[in-house]
Design a protein around this ligand. Structure first.
Ligand code: S3P
Length: 175
């Protein structure tokens, strides 16, 4: 098994963007499991959640994470909930797992600022598990997941930093 660099953390913690920066800096291939799920099904994640529910989504996600971890790409960014599914979590053993950690309120503040800007451009990403009171939902996700994230993390990265700095911290930890 080839060891991967795996990025985990709450939605909006910067996993995908940081993984992209890492891929550039390390001249390495990168797989984002949310993107693979959408490509395989030809549907957006909110649609998949609506049609098959969260449990169905976690089963699809398990297979995509399994494929990514046994494929050629060195860097793998996961959807925020992937480690909550025990079978998916078990796949991570033997890989270097970077937990991009930030407080839920920090993430909500940053997300609100970004969505004010992107509302005009219509690029805002829809996250079904943040539907409704997104700030409250983010706190609940944090409370429900923090122990899982901490337990499986090989390294905790401060995700209140800029993405370039997070990528630099990961590169430093790798060297
Ligand atoms: C989820 C996070 C999303 C996506 C799905 C479920 C979660 O990915 O996988 O909406 O359970 O936290 P991001 O963490 O990239 O937003």
């Amino acid at each position: 098994m080839t060891r991967k660099i795996v990025l985990i953390g709450l939605p909006t913690s910067g996993k995908s963007k940081t993984a992209g920066l890492l891929a550039q800096a390390l001249h390495a291939d990168w797989v984002d499991t949310d993107l693979v799920i959408e490509q395989r099904f030809g549907k957006k994640i909110p649609w998949i959640f609506r049609e098959i529910g969260e449990d169905g989504f976690r089963c699809l996600e398990y297979q995509v994470v399994k494929d990514a971890l046994s494929g050629p790409a060195r860097i793998v960014s996961l959807g925020g909930g992937a480690p909550t599914f025990p079978a998916t979590r078990n796949l991570l053993a033997g890989h270097t797992v970077y937990y991009l950690k930030a407080s839920p309120d920090f993430l909500s503040d940053r997300q609100e600022q970004r969505s004010q800007k992107s509302a005009k451009k219509k690029t805002a990403q829809v996250r079904p598990l943040l539907a409704g009171d997104a700030r409250q939902r983010m706190r609940e996700l944090y409370d429900g997941r923090k122990d899982i994230y901490e337990k499986i993390a090989s390294v905790v990265i401060d995700a209140e930093k800029k993405r370039q700095e997070m990528a630099a911290d990961i590169i430093a930890a790798e060297s």
